[in-house]
Design a protein around this ligand. Structure first.
Ligand SMILES: Nc1ncnc2c1ncn2[C@@H]1O[C@H](COP(=O)(O)OP(=O)(O)OP(=O)(O)O)[C@@H](O)[C@H]1O
Ligand SMILES: [Mg+2]
Length: 289
């Protein structure tokens, strides 16, 4: 009896052991599949970007090619002038060549920004979430964006308003990424009021406002401006990668599409847009508490 009991116990042990191994195998497979899914999702969004990237880079690349060809011709002319002893003409050509090289640098940097933006889109984010004070973050990034812009344009001025809800709890987010979203929303808002100021003149008083609030299961941040507004005709395009109304060299059009990915995919949140052309724009991001 004792012998038989021991034997069946042994059998049960073997069964348990093999079940455990099976479960471990399945788990390994599941993890692998999950990794592959994440990877293919990233590759898919990268694929969506590729055509846009190629198109966007072509433009600055054409400039670089043309300006460098022209510069070679100009240097040849300069050599001739120097041989002739006309140093005045040679100096004037040198000044033009310098301008060309500046343009080459400018367009090279633009291509660089486009590629960097694309890499940000597809970067492998093992970024950790941490409890974050959204009020502090919103305020900090508003100032950051404002002073960034003021450094480039001293004449730019706008009223900054904050309506921060002190009852907001700490929210678990990838701080750096949500910061990036805020930076883009503020930069867009400042740009919009700046543009309107150029058109409307001194009578216009620019205002950029940030508000936070609790709404049900969500913490919300709204960035509001009384700038140019978004025409209805382009409202459904502004989230697309590379959609921009800014002149060449000023925007890549990746800001909002990147923001959309960070809020909806990374944080299971939402982005809402409210705007009236010529009057105001408000972007509200909602993140689950
Ligand atoms: N606050 C705003 N007021 C008016 N238009 C806006 C505002 N925010 C965004 N837009 C419109 O949406 C477009 C896309 O914005 P997005 O941030 O994606 O790109 P961008 O600002 O043009 O370039 P980037 O952010 O890459 O420098 C802008 O070019 C602009 O036409
Ligand atoms: Mg932008």
């Amino acid at each position: 009896m004792f012998w038989r009991n021991n034997r069946s116990k042994h059998k049960a042990n073997i069964l348990l052991q093999s079940q455990k191994e099976q479960i471990q195998d399945t788990l390994k497979e599941l993890k692998l599949t999950q990794q592959q899914l994440i990877q293919s999702e990233k590759m898919a969004s990268l694929g969506e970007l590729t055509a846009g990237v190629a198109h966007e880079i072509q433009n600055p690349l054409n400039f670089v090619n043309n300006f460098s060809e022209v510069s070679i011709e100009m240097l040849e002319e300069m050599e001739l002038e120097l041989k002739k002893g006309d140093s005045k003409e040679a100096i004037s050509i040198a000044a033009d060549v310098k301008q060309n090289l500046e343009k080459i640098g400018h367009h090279g940097k633009r291509a660089d920004r486009i590629v960097k933006g694309m890499l940000q889109h597809s970067r492998s984010g093992s970024n950790l979430r941490e409890p974050t004070d959204l009020n502090k973050l919103a305020d900090e990034y508003m100032r950051l964006a404002y002073h960034g812009l003021r450094a480039k344009d001293k004449t730019f001025d706008t009223e900054l308003k904050t309506e921060l809800d002190s009852a907001l709890p700490l929210i678990n987010i990838v701080t750096q990424d949500v910061g990036r979203v805020l930076l883009n929303l503020f930069t867009n808002a400042f740009y919009a009021v700046q543009q309107k100021q150029k058109m409307a003149g001194d009578s216009f008083k620019p205002v950029v406002k940030v508000a936070t609030a609790l709404s049900g299961e969500f913490a919300q941040i709204t960035v509001w401006d009384n700038g140019t507004g978004i025409p209805d005709a382009i409202k459904d395009k502004i989230l697309q990668p590379f959609f921009t109304t800014k002149p060449t060299g000023e925007g890549t059009g990746l800001g909002l599409s990147l923001s959309y990915d960070i809020i909806t995919k990374e944080h299971d949140g939402k982005i809402a847009i409210d705007s009236k052309e010529g009057e105001y724009t408000a972007f509200t991001i909602s993140i689950p508490i």
